[in-house]
Design a protein around this ligand. Structure first.
Ligand code: PMP
Ligand code: GLU
Length: 396
């Protein structure tokens, strides 16, 4: 054998959340009755007017390549949305790139910010794909462990402790997957302060921005004092508009960085699908406000149902999520060796699929993530099965 190096892809593992979703589909195809609370995927269908707009685009032959940055009318709508909803000033011609998924958006945003050996601070628990993306780009994801005992609060001390001369950026996700936490003003100040002190870029993943509860307001880092000019905002249509299969997102940031980001888009996917962009344009219209409000009200009812039902199970403690559609209960008092062991046991014993906390980093070990983007019937049945399985467990 020669001395060939391993492919870059060999340095990362599979996406555990995608793998679980695949497994659920496999089990269902075999006729197994599984209740899926793993992957975060809305169970609603995409709003009618969005489907109609994409369908009309197809019918009209709008089936060719578009500019890499996205169709101008969508870039303009995104700029208007960013200004109205988020207080972000982004020029549609230079500061925005429409991407096939927020996932790809985050990947190319990172590519525009880091190079080999650069470090990105990743407060954890963190969504499963950030660290592998950073690794694929030759960078290093540096875990900033947050503490479950203080609600995973992000502080300047915790961020500063992880800064080295190679630190290039801080990646923040709010509302957060998997904790359900939303950034407070003090936390945003902490991010801004550390970024300013060490001249770091900020990557803000705001994909759950519309899904929030109890009247909370969403805080966009790009509009926060001190973050302006150093923040790339990543967002997408999957969660807010129940458009996971459409694969559409966007990145907005300073023109000088976006000039680099768009080159990566040009060389990888070229552009997002043309007719999908027309659908996204409809999603950003006034007509969607009611649909989003209804879906969020439904998530809120499910959140209450799930948190209430889990709270009745001895040994399980669960904070109220502030946003997104996940709960992250602490299962440490149930007596399992690990969250992985608990999750495997739950599938085996009860046919309920949840995501082990450990996939989100060591700070989420002894927790499991349950998605409540599932119907109230499924949520109720899943918690009943969980309670019964625990109550009838041998040698707990
Ligand atoms: N960020 C977070 C925090 C997510 O949970 C997801 C869900 N997959 C994404 C980004 C990517 O969303 P999508 O690729 O479906 O646009
Ligand atoms: N974002 C969702 C999750 O965390 C969907 C799966 C994925 O893309 O990771 O479960």
């Amino acid at each position: 054998m020669g001395t060939r190096s391993a492919p870059v892809a060999a340095s990362i593992g599979r996406s555990p959340t995608v793998a679980l979703l695949d497994e659920v589909q496999r089990q269902r195809a075999r006729g197994v009755d599984v209740l899926n609370l793993s992957g975060g995927e809305p169970d609603f269908t995409t709003p009618e007017h969005v489907i109609r707009a994409a369908g009309a685009a197809l019918e009209a032959g709008f089936t060719h390549y578009t500019p890499s940055r996205g169709i101008p009318e969508l870039c303009e709508a995104i700029a208007a949305k960013l200004h109205a909803d988020n207080g972000i000033v982004a020029h549609p011609g230079t500061d925005i790139v429409v991407t096939p998924s927020a996932k790809h958006g985050m990947y190319i945003a990172l590519a525009g910010v880091i190079g080999p050996g650069d470090e990105v601070l990743l407060p954890s628990p963190a969504w499963v794909s950030y660290a592998p993306m950073i690794t694929l780009l030759g960078g290093r994801a540096v875990d900033v462990p947050l503490d479950p005992h203080d609600g995973f609060a992000l502080t300047a001390e915790r961020l500063s402790a992880a800064v080295t001369p190679r630190t290039r950026a801080i990646l923040v996700n709010s509302p957060n997957n998997p904790t359900g936490r939303m950034l407070t003003a003090a936390e945003a100040d902490a991010v801004a302060g550390v970024a300013d002190q060490h001249d770091l870029m900020i990557l803000a993943d705001e994909i759950y921005e519309h899904i929030r509860y109890d009247g909370r307001t969403h805080r966009s880092l790009a509009a926060h004092p001190g973050c302006d000019g150093r923040t790339l905002t990543v967002n997408g249509f999957s969660k807010s508009y129940a458009m996971t299969g459409w694969r559409l997102g966007y990145v907005a940031g300073p023109a000088a960085v976006m000039r680099e980001v768009v080159k990566v888009q040009e060389h990888t996917v070229g552009c997002a699908a043309s007719f999908v962009q027309r659908g996204a344009l409809a999603a950003l219209s006034e007509e969607s406000r009611g649909c989003v409000r209804e879906m969020v009200a439904s998530y809120d009812a499910r959140r209450r149902l799930l948190v209430g039902a889990l709270g009745k199970i001895p040994g399980v403690s669960c904070a109220d999520p502030e946003g997104a559609f996940y709960v992250l209960p602490d299962i440490s008092r149930l007596g399992f060796g690990s969250s992985q062991e608990f999750s495997a046991w739950l599938i085996e014993r009860a046919g309920v699929v949840v995501t082990p906390g450990s996939v989100f980093g060591p700070t989420a070990e002894h927790h499991v993530r349950l998605s409540f983007a599932a119907s109230p019937d499924i949520l109720t049945a899943a918690v009943e099965r969980l309670a019964t399985a625990l109550a009838t467990r041998e040698n707990p």
